[in-house]
Design a protein around this ligand. Structure first.
Ligand code: FAD
Ligand code: PHB
Length: 390
């Protein structure tokens, strides 16, 4: 089989890239090793930056997003028993965030792709990439028991952090930067109306907690835990109890409901440079990971593929490689801004035993500053909704 762009991975990055390419008449084949049902129900991100929601709408992939996405103008920071609002739209030139689950983004994009009749293969196995430094890179894989070879002009490695594309780049050309955190998040999805109109990021001496949502009937909640936390020790009652303590305020209670999903996510910061090797372009989590506190991962993934689709469009139209050559540096500027912001939000809000009481006092001082200084609040707000220029 032959195509113009071989896309490994049908997460948000791969699916959005395929759609953006289709809009400008560029062919692609998407290869995904999981099933359709699996990728459509993997609960992950829920916050879209203003410009990323617009990207999906402008590309014709945002009909349901426009109808069902919930626009938020602010977030709340809770510490020392008080809640403080950060007015995102007032501080960031009217820009807002849109609450719309990653599962819904994926469902919308899969449906669009299948409607076009263009190739999106699920449950492929033994995927590998080869001849990356030639003009005819290939993806090898098995599908329905048959070994296949897909010849491409370029390959997009959109296969997430544990994919095969990044490890196919020789270690001599790849530089890796990373930081581990000694905590993770235990997250639940619950069938209960969100107890607050806006997200609440809570600093608490027992550890961080986050109140988020997916819809008027679905709450999404997280508590800081150990990275290897055993879910067996966390029956639903204990999760609610801990959420009540960490999010609780005088005169406000958290409404509880049936737990529909529960999971633990580890946290890391990671960047691989460059995001390109020969005819292989990495995008999204395949190239970089942020801790979820800044709500940046999905947004960065979609930004990468927007840059890549523009660069590929220019190349096919004009023959100029200039934008493809600029791809890695262009993406990395935004990636590093998001890395810093996510690390900063994480450090400000999570309990870190190694930093002791000194660290705790610094966090409280920083939270007080961010919620009282216009300059500091503006910095948080413009990063949170997504900077226009980086
Ligand atoms: P992925 O979603 O990981 O997709 C990669 C795809 O490639 C997968 O479908 C995988 O099955 C497939 N694949 C892997 N290996 C192969 C292979 N060998 N062959 C073929 N296919 C392969 N981000 C935000 O912006 N906002 C948030 O609020 C937010 N909250 C989060 C909360 C949690 C609990 C978690 C875990 C993450 C959160 N993120 C958030 C991060 C966000 O979910 C990711 O950054 C996003 O999924 C990245 O998309 P992607 O397409 O690059 O990678
Ligand atoms: C979510 O709703 O899943 C969510 C929201 C904000 C974050 C991370 C995750 O910072």
């Amino acid at each position: 089989m032959r195509t113009q762009v071989g896309i490994v991975g049908a997460g948000p990055a791969g699916l959005t890239l395929a759609h953006l390419l289709h809009v400008v008449g560029i062919e692609s084949v998407i290869l995904e090793h999981r099933s359709r049902d699996y990728i459509e129900h993997r609960v992950r991100a829920g916050v879209l930056e203003h410009a990323i929601a617009e990207l999906l709408v402008d590309a014709g992939a945002g009909d349901r997003l426009r109808r069902e996405g919930i626009v938020h103008h602010g977030i709340e920071l809770q510490f020392a028993g008080e809640r403080h609002r950060i007015s995102l739209s007032e501080l960031a030139d009217g820009r807002t965030i849109v609450i719309y689950g990653q599962t819904e983004v994926v469902k919308d994009l899969v449906a669009l792709r299948l409607d076009t009749g263009l190739p999106l293969l699920f449950e492929v196995s033994d995927v590998s990439v080869d001849a990356l430094e030639s003009e005819r890179p290939v993806v090898r894989y098995r599908h329905d028991g048959e070994a296949q070879v897909l010849e491409c002009d370029v390959i997009a490695g959109c296969d997430g952090f544990h994919g095969i594309c990044r490890p196919s780049i020789p270690t001599s050309v790849l530089r890796e930067f990373s930081r581990e955190y000694d905590f993770g998040w235990l997250g639940i999805l619950a069938a209960v109306a969100p107890s607050n109109d806006e997200l609440v990021y809570a600093h608490h001496e027992r550890g961080f907690a986050l109140l988020s949502l997916r819809s008027p009937e679905l709450s999404r909640l997280y508590i800081q835990c150990r990275p290897d936390e055993d879910l067996d020790g966390w029956p639903d009652e204990r999760v609610w109890e801990e959420l009540q303590i960490r999010l609780g305020l005088d005169g406000w209670t958290l409404a509880e409901g049936r737990v529909l999903e529960k999971g633990v996510t580890g946290m890391r910061s990671y960047v691989a440079e460059p995001m390109r090797h020969g005819r292989l372009f990495l995008a999204g989590d395949a190239a970089h990971i942020v801790p979820p506190t800044g709500a940046k991962g999905l947004n960065l993934a979609l930004h990468d593929v927007q840059v890549l689709a523009d660069a590929l469009g220019a190349w096919y139209r004009t023959g100029s490689q200039a934008l493809l050559d600029a791809y890695s540096a262009e993406c990395l500027r935004r990636v590093w801004r998001a890395e810093h912001f996510s690390w900063w939000m994480t450090s400000m809000l999570h309990r870190a035993d190694a930093d002791g009481d000194f660290g705790l006092r610094l966090q409280l001082s920083q939270l007080r500053y961010v919620t009282t200084s216009h300059a500091a609040a503006t910095s948080l707000a413009e990063n949170y909704v997504g900077l226009e220029r980086v």
